[in-house]
Design a binder for this molecule. Structure first.
Ligand code: PGA
Length: 247
């Protein structure tokens, strides 16, 4: 299994920020892990141009469940693919919160992504109140089972555990807490599809940075990271790529 360092630029970046991508590729032309950046849709084609022929893959941050039609402001999976995407982040907690996305919608989007030949990165994670109430695994299990597309394999799906309270806050769960959730995700996925799920990449996301990447990548069943803020700077994301390559 090739581990995955994925960056989520969210609603950040501009054409000028592609200089960071060039700097990242100059410093890390051939990392041992897979490297992915998911910029805003307006930058996808330009970033794909910079990434062409390099070790960097690009991806979208969302897609519509349908292929085309009267859906003002939305983007289909095939459109992302045509713009150069190989992956698409789906069900990020910011989309679940800002746009009321349900597990059923995330599942439909994931199936649309498969239809277009994209690899969905499905995000799950508990709120702080849910963790305090001891509901973490129950919440994550429900999200996972509700969001999984039919016919998934280790080759066409990635799952990211992103505790909502750890995103953009500088706070992270303990290593034991990360291990507990990742073990649970692995067990649930094995229950669904059997031994192939041992190769399905499970990312941790939420305040990953160069200073905590090494210890997080040492946790069992952590096969990479989904990185927000620290993916915007080549030096920070590069250090995370390096930590993952060495893990
Ligand atoms: P963060 O975001 O690294 O800025 O906490 C992670 C994410 O939302 O994917």
């Amino acid at each position: 299994m090739k581990k995955l360092a994925a960056g989520n630029w969210k609603m950040n970046g501009s054409l000028a920020a592609l200089a960071e991508v060039r700097a990242l590729l100059a410093a890390h032309p051939a990392p041992a892990c897979e490297m992915l950046l998911c910029p805003p849709a307006t930058l996808l084609a330009a970033m794909a141009g910079v990434a062409a022929g390099t070790a960097l893959a690009v991806g979208g941050q969302d897609c519509h469940p349908q292929g085309s039609g009267a859906h003002t402001g939305d983007i289909s999976a095939a459109m992302l693919k045509e713009a150069g995407a190989a992956y698409v982040i789906l069900g990020h907690s910011e989309r679940r919160a800002d746009h009321g996305e349900t597990d059923a919608l995330v599942k439909a989007k994931a199936e649309a992504a498969h239809g277009a030949g994209l690899i969905p990165i499905i995000c799950v994670g508990e709120t702080e109140a849910e963790r305090d109430a001891g509901k973490t695994l129950g919440v994550i299990g429900t999200q996972l089972y509700g969001s999984l597309p039919k016919d998934f394999t280790s080759a066409n799906l990635v799952v990211a555990y992103e505790p909502v309270w750890a995103i953009g806050t500088g706070r992270t769960p303990s290593l034991d807490e990360i291990a507990e959730v990742h073990h649970y995700l692995r067990a649930r996925l094995i229950a669904k599809i059997g031994g192939d799920a041992t190769k399905l990449r499970l990312l941790y996301g939420g305040s990953v940075k160069p200073s905590n990447a090494v210890e997080i990548f040492d946790v069992q069943n952590v096969d990479g990271a989904l990185v927000g803020g620290a993916s915007l700077k080549a030096a920070d994301f590069g250090a995370i790529v390096q930590a993952l390559s060495a893990a």
